[in-house]
Write a protein that binds this ligand. Structure first.
Ligand code: HOZ
Length: 429
């Protein structure tokens, strides 16, 4: 068999880049085979260096709410690049961006732009610690908040996929300040709060878990969590890097009706450029430098290109509230089609969907928590992934990731996906 261009590139990449990739899940380790090297993206599709076209549901892991390279984002970027790429000085666009974020997400009274989701979550934890003068924080098993040391303890996403949820290189000291909660199980939080009385600065959670597949947070759990945080003077942080501006224009907090003290963003607010942000209550955010003593900085923070793309995306969302109804319709079509397929095939695999985020787990028990997610047969997911790929559908190359639907997915794309889903499951069971 002829070697493909992707295979050749991967061999070369492995010589110079650890594992041949710049972020682990991309390497196809958990599904096997060679990663596709992508040449371009347009709408709902990507094309690899060998000229194969795929309908895809990764959307750069979330940013592409409108599909690849929509004209209005491209135009904003072209206009911006004419003016220069970075100044390391304030711009008018940063002010407009901050105002727009706080208009769409009212719990965000002040916001600081950073360069990635990891930077956002790291900075939010620092702000919470500085504000409360306490050191420990609670994260949830299977939730992923980027790769800062103290988050890499029982983390989701690539860490869970590759079987290294607790990474070497994380010091005992760092690990000691991270307390582990059980997603959707409030008793675990009550116990932690009791045994670490007066020591917990923050609880950080993905209000819709998107890094152990997709799992919705129970409203009752969330309300109790907020109440505990208020009573114990713990800063409640919603990591909305994935859900922000995706599940509604106001993120998961609008969907679930509970406001956190701080929120982190990324992905859609950069429309595919490297970006992140953290924001929330004024009394906390005003403690961030230079208005306060909690240090946080960045050479490329508020970068004009990232701001132009992100501002164009958020402006579109504001001016076109119908975006979410369109996403809902498309996502529901997929969900229903897949459920119907499973029924026909006599399989009761768990299929979770929250707005335009979905995940199918190869387990027949309902997936409402970490235990449920890890009961999935990942080997079977690998086979499914390759069957779908053969049929022109590109999914996340790992079970513990989300499938993202965009407004660019056409009726044809969705029909093709449902058909491929039926044939793929049939082929592997
Ligand atoms: N950890 C990311 C998904 N949750 C994957 C990032 C990437 O490989 O680009």
């Amino acid at each position: 068999m002829n070697t493909t261009k992707s295979e050749k590139l991967f061999e070369e990449a492995k010589e110079y880049i650890p594992g041949g990739v710049n972020s682990p899940v991309r390497a196809f380790r958990s599904v096997g085979g060679t990663p596709l090297f992508i040449k371009k993206g347009y709408g709902s599709k990507i094309e690899d260096v060998d000229g194969n076209e795929y309908v895809e549901y990764i959307g750069s892991w979330g940013p592409h709410l409108f599909g690849h390279n929509p004209d209005f984002i491209k135009d904003a970027l072209i206009k911006s690049i004419e003016m220069g790429t970075s100044f390391g000085a304030p711009t008018e666009l940063e002010v407009k961006m901050a105002k727009l974020i706080s208009e769409l997400v009212p719990s965000v009274q002040m916001v600081r732009m950073v360069n990635s989701g990891t930077e956002a979550t790291m900075s939010a934890i620092r702000a919470a610690r500085g504000y409360t003068k306490k050191e420990k924080f609670i994260k949830f098993e299977g939730c992923y908040h980027g790769h800062a040391d103290y988050f890499l303890i029982k983390a989701g996403s690539g860490a869970l996929t590759l079987g290294v949820p607790t990474s070497p290189g994380v010091t005992k000291g760092n690990a000691a300040d991270t307390l582990l909660g059980d997603f959707n199980h409030i008793e675990s939080i009550k116990k932690l709060v009791q045994s670490n009385k007066g020591e917990i600065a923050a609880v950080i959670i993905e209000p819709v878990a998107g890094n152990m597949g997709v799992i919705e947070m129970k409203k009752e759990f969330l309300k109790e969590l907020k109440q505990i945080c208020q009573e114990e003077k713990i800063v409640l942080i919603f990591d909305e890097v994935m859900t922000g501006f995706r599940v509604t224009s106001g993120g998961a907090q609008k969907l679930l009706g509970v406001e956190p003290d701080l929120t982190t963003f990324g992905k859609i607010i950069g429309a595919g450029l490297p970006v992140g942000a953290f924001g929330g209550k004024k009394e906390i955010m005003e403690m961030v430098a230079p208005s306060g003593p909690i240090y946080q900085a960045g050479t490329l923070s508020g970068n004009p290109l990232a701001m132009s793309a992100g501002y164009a995306a958020l402006t579109y969302i504001k001016e076109h509230p119908e975006v979410y109804a369109i996403l809902e319709e498309k996502s529901k079509y997929l969900e229903m089609g897949m459920k119907e397929n499973l029924k026909k095939l006599g399989k009761n695999y768990a299929l979770n969907r929250v707005a335009s985020m979905m995940a199918m787990f190869f387990t027949e028990r309902p997936v409402t928590d970490y235990e449920g997610a890890v009961s999935s047969n990942t080997e079977l997911y690998g086979k499914y992934f390759h069957e779908m790929l053969k049929r022109g559908i590109y999914l996340a190359p790992a079970q513990f990731e989300a499938m993202f639907v965009s407004t660019a997915h056409t009726k044809d794309d969705l029909e093709k996906t449902v058909k491929a889903h039926y044939e793929s499951i049939k082929a592997i069971i």
